[in-house]
Design a protein around this ligand. Structure first.
Ligand code: NCD
Length: 371
């Protein structure tokens, strides 16, 4: 059962997505459904928790959770879909901490990790998630594929299709690549990052980390700081967090904000002092030098001075504020080492653990739609 009547009207959308473009028309005004705020969070699903989605409460374990067989972005997900995935992931957090971490849920299924960009944590996270669910996992990176010999994405897609995978996880430098593959292949496609467009599994793992620590999202102030312009993490996160009722701020120098950033419908700050004031969560972004075609910041040292998170800047946030970073980090550029390594404030290791759990939940959820 999908409680469509409770899904807020008017949130999202990414529109006009095409290769190389990441244009957003942000008309989201969503707040999470009534009853999601101010509740005490119980990390394991049971029928009385107000955070458990109706989908999960009323369905047997193999019932569909997601509206599509693909996960291409946060766009297209409702607050209930997000909550259902987070609830399901809680069971995988428990499984990941058990001695026997393996189930046979995806036994016989083939998962292909197709990565056109370098990745350590996302690729290994999906590999571990697939293996823990019993799938056969094949890792393909661009260096070992024929793409480096001039093959097109479509050719790669039809070659892969002939191998009859069940799930394809794809990371690509161009916005829209995952969407294109989902239209050409028979299997489920998961977007593991397409250009500067979306990185839905990162936003979902961040949401799981936040919900476990702070109990929910309603009225949380989340400051997303740094290279917003080139960041798919920022886009997926601001979409998800706004949809779930958080108050999102983007904090960056003008040169690292999209020209039309105001249209995102969130607060924009160019100063860390006002941007971090009263924030519950400070989410730092990597300076994505590989995506920059010119000088966006005068120097790394200058950038750290004004936008790098150190103790003095963290003091602007709410006392007890928590720090996140999707990794990989540029220590001493966007974040000081002592903050990154301080387990009292840094959720960075927890994000990695939650990454495996949420990816298991996503693989589980998508596999329910497979024939
Ligand atoms: C992010 C990415 O690839 O977009 N990293 C990740 O998924 N672990 C963020 C980044 O590269 O800075």
């Amino acid at each position: 059962m999908r409680a469509t009547q409770m899904i807020p009207r008017g949130f999202h959308h990414w529109r006009d997505i095409s290769f190389g473009s990441s244009q957003i028309v942000p008309n989201w005004v969503a707040r999470s459904p009534a009853g999601h705020d101010n509740c005490v969070y119980d990390p394991l699903p049971h029928s009385t928790s107000p955070l458990i989605s109706p989908t999960l409460m009323t369905s047997p374990s193999a019932a569909p959770i997601l509206p599509s067989k693909h996960l291409l972005g946060i766009e297209g997900l409702s607050p209930f879909d997000v909550t259902a995935l987070l609830d399901l992931a809680e069971t995988y957090v428990v499984q990941g901490r058990a001695t026997d971490k393996k189930t046979a849920l995806l036994r016989g299924r083939t998962l292909i990790n197709l990565f056109f960009e370098a990745s350590t944590r996302t690729q290994s996270s999906f590999e571990l998630a697939g293996k823990r669910l019993g799938a056969d996992v094949l890792n393909m990176s661009v260096k070992t594929s024929s793409v480096s010999k001039g093959e097109t994405l479509i050719d790669t897609a039809s070659t892969l299709n002939a191998m009859r995978p069940d799930i394809l996880v794809v990371r690509h430098q161009d916005a829209g690549a995952a969407l294109l593959l989902s239209q050409k292949l028979d299997c489920s496609v998961i977007n593991a990052g397409d250009g500067a467009h979306e990185h839905p599994t990162q936003a979902l793992l961040d949401a799981l980390t936040i919900r476990r620590r702070l109990g929910g999202f309603e009225n949380l102030v989340v400051a997303i700081c740094g290279d917003v312009l080139h960041s798919r993490v920022a886009r997926s996160n601001l979409h998800l967090l706004s949809m779930m009722g958080a108050r999102v701020r983007l904090v960056a120098p003008r040169t690292l904000l999209p020209a039309d950033a105001e249209r995102f419908g969130v607060e924009i700050h160019t100063d860390m002092k006002t941007g971090l004031a009263g924030a519950d969560i400070v989410m730092m972004l990597r300076l994505q030098l590989e995506r920059m075609s010119g000088a966006f910041v005068p120097s790394a040292r200058e950038y750290f001075r004004f936008y790098g998170l150190d103790r003095a800047k963290l003091a602007y946030a709410k006392p007890g504020a928590l720090v996140m970073h999707p990794g990989p980090m540029n220590r001493g550029v966007e974040i000081a080492s002592d903050i990154a390594d301080d387990v009292q404030v840094s959720l960075i290791s927890e994000q990695v653990e939650m990454g495996v759990a949420i990816r298991m939940a996503i693989l589980d959820a998508l596999s329910r739609g497979l024939s």
